[in-house]
Structures are given as structure tokens and as C-alpha cells.
Design a protein around this ligand. Structure first.
Ligand SMILES: Cc1cc2nc3c(=O)[nH]c(=O)nc-3n(C[C@H](O)[C@H](O)[C@H](O)COP(=O)(O)O)c2cc1C
Length: 395
């Protein structure tokens, strides 16, 4: 737990601290959001449209909030969503993994993360390795082999990224490596962030911006941009490629980035064990509705066949309860834990997870539910025009 001086009571406060602590480019890379940010904003506002009818004098409860996701027992229905980020904190994903392990929850590790899977899994064995469809099948097999040898319990295959690079408020200029030239260029924004600078100085120097989980068997870690270039030049996969990957892995695969119910059905056919209804935190096609608005349609299509998760916009325990009431088995969090990591490393991530845990319990007590498995849409006040579903189906 964070020391009392570091402790924060909401994720909004964690974000304010992250903004004060991180160099401007790093902070804005986390905030992100494609084009005009319609989806980024809707991911948050949609939760505000949902309400509750609290009950009173229902007696004391300790609600049951544990669940199973992809075969892993979790103490609460919240997982760490994979984020390929650099330069937030020198302990990076290892700090996140430690906090997740102490909380008893699983973690998705991005193939674009800053720490090698072997180090991260040593801190949290409930680890799901996230991949994109990148390179040849042989290259993908190499990545699967490494994840298997490291002990990953599942694969997260993220399929929604469509290389949307335009942001109306401007994308930060991220250097290829932090050499002297890049450091001089970034000096004005880094020098006004002495605590960030001090943390990296103590850890041995500036972040190297490499992606160690993308190394070839006989090579060193490529830079973020080398790996990104390889991904950009790979043709998008088909559902038979997804089926191939599921067969190669021989364990649970979560397909992340589903919006359309037909895609959820195709994921079931391809052999996936789970899908995450997600728009990449609003970083992808702008104008995609909030994941929570699409969730009921996906649950209706495949909820009996596959585990349905959701990510995007979770900032409170009550948001988690809303997603579960609309049919999600569990949710994944992205920026919430990144703000905590930036604010105070492992303690900050633990702080974020505990805010969500206590928020879930308070909400369940207020609506008089003794277990998350009892949640249903009737627990919510849902405006009549809340959900979004495609007009047509191609299957
Ligand atoms: C800075 C950043 C980097 C991300 N990198 C990845 C990634 O490498 N792989 C992936 O599947 N999703 C990635 N995501 C998406 C998250 O896993 C998740 O879908 C999203 O953050 C959820 O929305 P939230 O931030 O509102 O919780 C990234 C998101 C952010 C904000």
C-alpha cells in the first residue's frame, strides 16, 4: 500500500499526479485518443448515463467478488489490460505485476512492453501474453514458444488496431532511442520533471525504449519503432489465421478488440476462449461507441459460448459493477493503473486496484447484492437510447 503521504483516494487524483510527474510527451502518449477523441470521451461519459436504485436497511454483507478468467482464479473481476508503454516508471511492468500479484489478479503483458516476460512473470504467474498479428507465421510461432516457455497462462490476441495516427491535439514526438541528441531536444520538458528524472537516474539511466518481448531468438531487443514497422508491414489476418493461432497455442486465447457481434461469433468459431469488447481505449477508429454500449449485443450473441470481458473507461468500482450487470465476466483496466504507476510505482498501482475493489464492494452493498454472479441489467437504470447495435449482420 502507498504510504499515507502518497495515498490517493480516486483515480482522477492519480491522473493529476501522473500529469505533474511525467514529461509532457510521455503523459500525452498515455492520454492519447484518436482524431477528435469522440470514442475516448464516450468511453467515460457512457458510464455516467447509467444509474442505480440503492436499497436500505439490508443488513451487513461481505459480497463475493472473486471470479475465474481464462482458467485463473482472481480475487476480483478486474484484470490489468496490456499496454505497450515506455518511460512511465523505471520498474515498469514488473511493478504492475507485483501490485497485481499482491491483489490476486491477472495481468496482460503487451508485446510492446518495456520489460521482458520472464522478469514480469517472476512477479505474477497469472500472466497473459498479448500479441498482435505481426510478421510471418514462423515469427508468430517464435513469440508463442517464448511465451509458453516463460509460463504464460493465456494469449491475448489484439486485432482492432488499424494504425490511426492522427490526433487533433497533436501526437507527441517519440524518439527512436534516447541518445544525446534526443535528450537535448527533450531537455526542456524533462528538466521540469525532476522526480521522474531522479527515479530514472537512480535506476541507472534513461529508458532505452526497446521492446524486449519482440526479440528474435538470436537477436537483441528491437526498438519500439523497428517492431512497430514490422507490424505495419504485415497484412491483416483472417479468421483462419486466428484459428491457426488458437490451434498453435493449445491453451486459452482471448481475442481483444471486438465491437461487432458477428466478430464475437467468428472468434468462437475460431476457437477463442474469451473476447474483450474494446475500442483500444479510444485509440483506434474514432466514432466507435463506448465499449459498454456495445457489450449487451455481444453478450447476447456469444455470452453462453465464451467468456466476455470489457475494457475502456473503467475509473471506479461502480463502473465495474455496471459492466458486470450488463453481462461482462470481468473488466480490464488500462490508463487507471498507468496513472497509478506514474504517480508512485508499485504502491500507486496497488492504490488504484484497492480503489476499485472497495468501490465494487460499496456498490454491491448499496444495491443489496451479495455476489457479483447475481448482477443483472435490472440492477441499473439504463436510458432508453443507451445501447448501440449494428443495423445488419453479415452472418
Ligand atoms: C498508452 C496505451 C498503450 C496501449 N498499448 C496496448 C498494447 O500494447 N496492446 C493492447 O492490446 N492494448 C493496448 N492498449 C489498450 C489497452 O489495453 C486497453 O484496451 C485500454 O487502455 C482500455 O481503456 P482505458 O485506458 O480507458 O482503461 C493501450 C492503451 C494505452 C492507453
Amino acid at each position: 500500500m502507498a504510504s499515507s503521504s502518497q495515498w490517493f483516494e480516486t483515480i482522477a487524483e492519480a491522473q493529476r499526479r501522473a500529469k505533474r510527474r511525467l514529461p509532457r510527451s510521455v503523459y500525452s502518449a498515455l492520454t492519447a485518443g484518436a482524431e477528435s477523441g469522440v470514442t475516448l470521451e464516450d468511453n467515460l461519459t457512457a458510464y455516467r448515463e447509467l444509474g442505480f436504485f440503492p436499497r436500505i436497511a439490508a443488513g451487513a454483507n461481505t459480497p463475493e467478488i472473486g471470479c475465474q478468467v481464462l482458467g485463473q482464479a482472481m480475487t476480483m473481476p478486474v484484470l490489468i489490460s496490456p499496454t505497450g508503454v515506455q518511460a512511465v516508471h523505471p520498474d515498469g511492468e514488473v511493478a504492475v505485476a507485483r501490485a497485481a500479484a499482491s491483489a490476486g489478479i491477472a495481468m496482460g503483458l503487451s508485446s510492446f512492453a518495456s520489460k521482458p516476460i520472464e522478469e514480469v512473470i517472476a512477479a505474477n504467474e497469472k500472466l497473459f501474453f498479448q500479441m498482435y498479428w505481426l510478421g510471418s507465421r514462423e515469427r508468430i510461432e517464435q513469440l508463442l514458444d517464448r511465451a509458453r516457455s516463460a509460463g504464460a497462462k493465456a494469449i491475448i490476441l489484439t486485432l482492432d488496431w488499424s494504425f490511426a495516427h492522427r490526433r487533433d491535439w497533436g501526437s507527441p514526438a517519440i524518439p527512436e532511442t534516447l541518445d544525446l541528441r534526443a535528450m537535448l531536444k527533450l531537455a526542456p520538458e524533462v528538466l521540469v520533471r525532476p522526480r521522474w528524472l531522479r527515479d530514472y537516474a537512480r535506476a541507472g539511466g534513461p529508458p532505452d525504449l526497446g521492446v524486449p518481448n519482440m526479440s528474435r531468438p538470436t537477436g537483441s531487443a528491437p526498438s519500439f519503432f523497428e517492431a512497430y514497422g514490422e507490424w505495419m508491414s504485415t497484412p491483416a489476418p483472417t479468421w483462419s489465421d486466428v484459428e491457426w493461432l488458437c490451434a498453435q497455442w493449445e491453451g486459452p486465447v482471448l481475442v481483444k478488440g471486438v465491437s461487432h457481434p458477428d466478430d464475437a461469433r467468428a472468434a468462437v468459431q475460431a476457437g477463442a476462449a474469451a473476447v474483450s469488447v474494446s475500442n483500444h481505449g479510444g485509440n483506434n477508429l474514432d466514432g466507435t461507441p463506448a465499449a459498454i454500449r456495445i457489450l449487451p449485443g455481444v453478450v447476447g450473441a456469444v455470452g453462453d459460448d465464451i467468456e466476455v470481458l470489457l475494457d475502456g473507461g473503467i475509473r471506479r468500482g461502480s463502473d465495474v459493477v455496471k459492466a458486470l450487470a450488463l453481462g461482462a465476466r470481468a473488466v480490464m483496466i488500462g490508463r487507471a493503473y498507468l496513472w497509478g504507476l506514474a504517480a508512485s510505482g508499485e504502491a500507486g498501482v496497488s492504490n488504484v486496484v484497492e480503489i476499485l475493489r472497495s468501490g465494487i464492494i460499496e456498490t454491491l452493498n448499496a444495491i443489496d447484492r451479495v455476489a457479483i454472479r447475481d448482477l443483472c441489467p435490472d440492477d441499473l437504470i439504463i436510458p432508453s437510447n443507451f445501447t448501440r447495435a449494428p443495423a445488419t449482420s453479415r452472418v
